[in-house]
Design a protein around this ligand. Structure first.
Ligand code: SAM
Length: 143
């Protein structure tokens, strides 16, 4: 672990950790969709989707390509820039908006037809149950 990452951990700085991860590399994840997302969403009527922890936008791009409007959320500004750029490269900029949130603190407002959180993982404390509760409330079709 280099000194910079060590300091970020000591400060319990989740945003710093993830931003550092993205800035340190040209790309981190594959830009293709996660199979579970694609397999699930392809049976649904497109509407407004929320992609939590969108990373570099592979799932967001897939959804927008399949006629969804997508709000893509991440804690890391560089991840959100890459998501926007990937959407723009595919002519999908009108279907994608990005919002920066630390989901441990804040949650996007609005109602959504699909909420996805593929590999939303972090080495920091994360209030999974309360994020899930907020997601359930934000779903148009209640579980
Ligand atoms: C393992 S990556 C998965 C990215 C993407 N969903 C994918 O499957 O390629 C986890 C993502 O969650 C984001 N993340 C971690 N903690 C977060 C938090 N507290 N709030 C919002 N996003 C967070 C990270 O920045 C990272 O982009």
């Amino acid at each position: 672990m280099d000194e910079c990452i060590r300091e970020i951990h000591a400060a319990n700085d989740a945003a710093g950790f993830w931003e550092q991860l993205y800035r340190g590399k040209g790309s981190v994840w594959k830009d293709t969709a996660n199979p579970l997302l694609a397999e699930t969403a392809r049976h649904l009527t497109p509407g407004h989707a929320l992609d939590l922890g969108c990373g570099e936008g592979g799932d967001t791009r897939w959804l927008a390509t399949h006629e969804w409007h997508v709000t893509a959320v991440d804690i890391a500004p560089t991840a959100l820039q890459r998501t926007s750029r990937l959407a723009a490269r595919n002519g999908l900029e009108n279907s994608v908006r990005t919002e920066q949130h630390d989901l441990a603190e804040t949650f996007p407002s609005g109602a959504f037809d699909l909420i996805s959180a593929q590999y939303l993982q972090t080495p920091y404390a994360f209030p999974r149950a309360s994020v899930l509760r907020r997601a359930a409330h934000a779903l148009r079709t209640r579980l």
